[in-house]
Design a protein around this ligand. Structure first.
Ligand code: WT7
Length: 661
């Protein structure tokens, strides 16, 4: 019997990625929003397009920062290493705190903090400065000095940003390790950077349970001879093991410290932090971010993309353990004297609308979250938060993965009340700052598209050979000009830095993402290139098939992988999570396959659909397609529709429990 796939002609050349999904909806910025928007003049794009204009733009933005000594050269670009604001001296904590207090903003709230059990704290800029100085002095009292590396392994409590700012104040680069990571992951990161100090907590709360961080930190530190000191915040009060030669309670160590501390003058190119990002195979890469360019880049993008006003209450729902938290909970927002919300726990605990209760309580004006969270809320349904007053919201953001057009539209309609622009922001741990994004007072958005490169950012889409792909086609995303917050290397591994980012297309940064541009030049991110499927010689992005599935009313979430197929090379295998109220059946499976075929074409019709209650995700919420590929490959699967049995769910769960590392 002939299959659909056999009738599809092989692609003429497999050098690019197919452009299948068409999205016709557009959303112009509301007039009232435009009238008050910080960035409202479309000319900003033309102005920053030339080399001269882009340099003038960043030089201008750098004036918003306090420099201890002025920089003398904007950019020294010796491929693949950039230096920005050469010769400048500054201190980031002074820019995030002292400067605002000196300007009369000491009483302004820096963070509203909400603990998962319901406790809360408010920290003003003056208080945050005092706490940061105490901790800076405490670290100095332990002998921590400029250049020493400090590992931070903490829950989402105020002491986490305070610890980062204290490190920045004394010039000790921090290496924040997400609190959900294992002792092994922590030990590997401590060892790679030879951290001398670890800052942690007895524990933190997640879904009602205490996570015992100190126990994992002990396990890691016992294998890490570089660690001389450990500072422990008392959060849960649970008993902990104690090594008196090494361990210090935060509250005891900081209590007697003065509330002022001299900020260390840092060179623009001094290391601010390391943040490890998992590769698909080898050991995690220690991404290096430095001082001057990072601060200017994060502050500028935060101010313009989130349209920050003095009265905003901004809530980025990411964990500070990811780059999103570093750039858009701590450094960018504080540099802009923003009032932010930090929440310790799970957004749907103890009630499914916990997040909405918090947003209502603090009258949040801006929400910034991930597609995985949006799809989870979509699955619960909007009735869950109907009683919460979200009328204070005026802008919504998304980051971390391609957002399916349907999830985008749901976010806009039900959370944004059809009045808030949505900014879908593309960037990476490596880029340090948002690079592809709408400007909410200028850009007409299209659901699922991150729209255009930020002013001054030069991006491109190329084929296998490095030729530019014309509008309307898909290929690989590259960046063709440096930007201030870009990574400065992989810690201790020059060769891997060159090989990963700069060797595939010499002179251009290879992002590792598929991307297409439509006829109007809008950028549509298509997922990691490792995930692209090859069906009968057609390179098909998982993202587009997933979005087609999510556009069916029964589907809350979908993950698609390529499975070896004797005829077509790979065949499309889909995992589908249904919205509440829908039942899995062969008929629905057939319906979904037909739906994909209608929405984006026969070529992309999944060969098999498996209904599953769950998908394996990384700790930051990205679907682990690699794992799903293994599961799809290993199983003898007959029918076109399969209901995930307990065994396969267990396999998926068990394997995903191992996390990314
Ligand atoms: C990868 C980087 C940047 C903060 C969080 C993730 C994917 C990120 C988007 C977006 C499509 C996106 C890309 C990228 N990604 N944002 N708006 N649209 N894809 O940081 O863990 O370093 O991951 O996340 O694949 O390469 P990260």
């Amino acid at each position: 019997m002939a299959t659909d796939h056999e009738r599809i002609e092989p692609a003429a050349e497999a050098a690019t990625i197919e452009n299948l999904l068409r999205e016709e909806r557009t959303f112009a910025p509301p007039a009232a929003f435009v009238a008050a928007a910080t960035a409202h003049d479309p000319d900003i794009y033309a102005r920053t397009a030339t080399d001269e204009g882009f340099r003038a733009f960043w030089a201008q933005e750098a004036k918003r920062i306090d420099w201890i000594e002025p920089w003398t050269e904007l950019l020294d670009w010796q491929l693949p290493y950039a230096k920005w604001f050469v010769g400048g001296k500054l201190n980031i904590s002074a820019n995030c705190l002292d400067r605002h207090v000196a300007n009369g903003l000491g009483g302004k709230v820096a963070y509203y903090w909400e603990g998962e059990p319901g406790d809360s704290r408010t920290l003003t800029y003056a208080q945050l400065l005092e706490e940061t100085c105490r901790m800076a002095n405490a670290l100095r009292s332990l002998g921590v000095k400029k250049g020493d590396k400090v590992a931070i392994y903490m829950p989402m409590i105020p002491e986490l940003p305070i610890a980062m700012l204290a490190c920045a104040r004394i010039g000790a680069p921090h290496s924040v390790v997400f609190g959900g990571f294992s002792a092994d992951a922590l030990a590997g990161r401590i060892d790679d950077a030879q951290c001398t100090t670890v800052i942690t907590a007895d524990g933190g709360y997640r879904k009602g349970a205490a996570v015992h961080l100190k126990a994992s930190a002990d396990d890691a530190m016992n294998r890490s001879p570089s660690v001389k000191h450990c500072v422990v915040v008392r959060r849960t009060g649970d008993p902990v093991d104690w090594n008196p030669d090494r361990d210090h309670w935060w509250h005891e160590l900081t209590a007697a410290q003065p509330t002022t501390a001299e900020p260390e003058p840092m060179d623009s190119e001094d290391l601010l932090y390391l943040l490890y990002t998992s590769g698909t195979t080898a050991k995690p890469k220690g991404i290096m971010h430095t001082t001057g360019g990072y601060l200017v880049g994060t502050a500028t993008t935060h101010r313009l993309i989130f349209d920050i006003k003095p009265e905003d209450v901004y809530w980025c729902m990411a964990d500070i353990g990811w780059v999103t938290g570093h750039s858009y909970i701590v450094y960018g927002p504080l540099a802009n004297a923003t009032t932010g919300i930090i929440y310790e726990g799970a957004i749907d605990f103890p009630e499914k609308d916990r997040w909405a209760q918090i947003a209502a309580k603090y009258r949040a004006t801006i929400l910034y979250t991930a597609p995985t969270a949006i799809r989870a809320l979509m699955k619960y349904g909007h009735d869950e938060f109907a009683r919460d007053d979200l009328s204070s919201l005026r802008l919504l953001g998304s980051v971390g993965e391609p957002i399916n057009p349907e999830a985008w539209a749901w976010y806009w309609k039900y959370i944004g009340g059809e009045r808030c622009p949505v900014v879908d922001t593309w960037w990476q741990t490596e880029t340090g700052m948002i690079l592809i994004t709408p400007l909410p007072g200028i850009t007409t958005t299209k659901p699922g598209s991150a729209t255009f490169p930020f002013p001054g950012i030069k991006a491109g889409v190329v084929d296998e050979a490095g030729n530019s792909v014309p509008l309307g086609g898909g290929g690989y995303l590259v960046l063709e000009r440096p930007w201030p917050a870009m990574l400065r290397g992989i810690y201790g591994d020059h060769d891997r830095y060159v090989e990963t980012y700069w060797s595939r297309y010499p002179g251009r940064y290879f992002a590792g993402d598929g991307c297409k541009r439509d006829d109007e030049g809008y950028y549509w991110l298509l997922g990691r290139v490792d995930d692209v499927m090859n069906v009968s010689g057609h390179r098909i992005s998982t993202t587009e098939v997933e979005s087609a599935l999510v556009s069916h009313p029964a589907v809350a979430e979908a993950a698609v992988v390529g499975r070896t197929d004797p005829i077509t090379g790979q065949a499309i295998f889909s995992y589908v999570i249904l919205r509440s109220g829908f039942e899995a059946s062969d008929a629905l499976g057939a319906d979904l396959r037909e739906h994909v075929s209608e929405v984006i074409g026969k070529l992309a019709r999944p060969k098999q659909i498996m209904f599953t209650p769950d998908l394996p995700k990384t700790r930051s919420g990205k679907i682990m397609r690699r794992l799903l590929r293994d599961v799809a490959e290993q199983r003898a699967l007959g029918d076109v529709t399969t209901l995930a049995d307990a065994g396969i769910v267990a396999t998926i769960r068990e394997q995903s429990g191992r996390g990314e590392d």
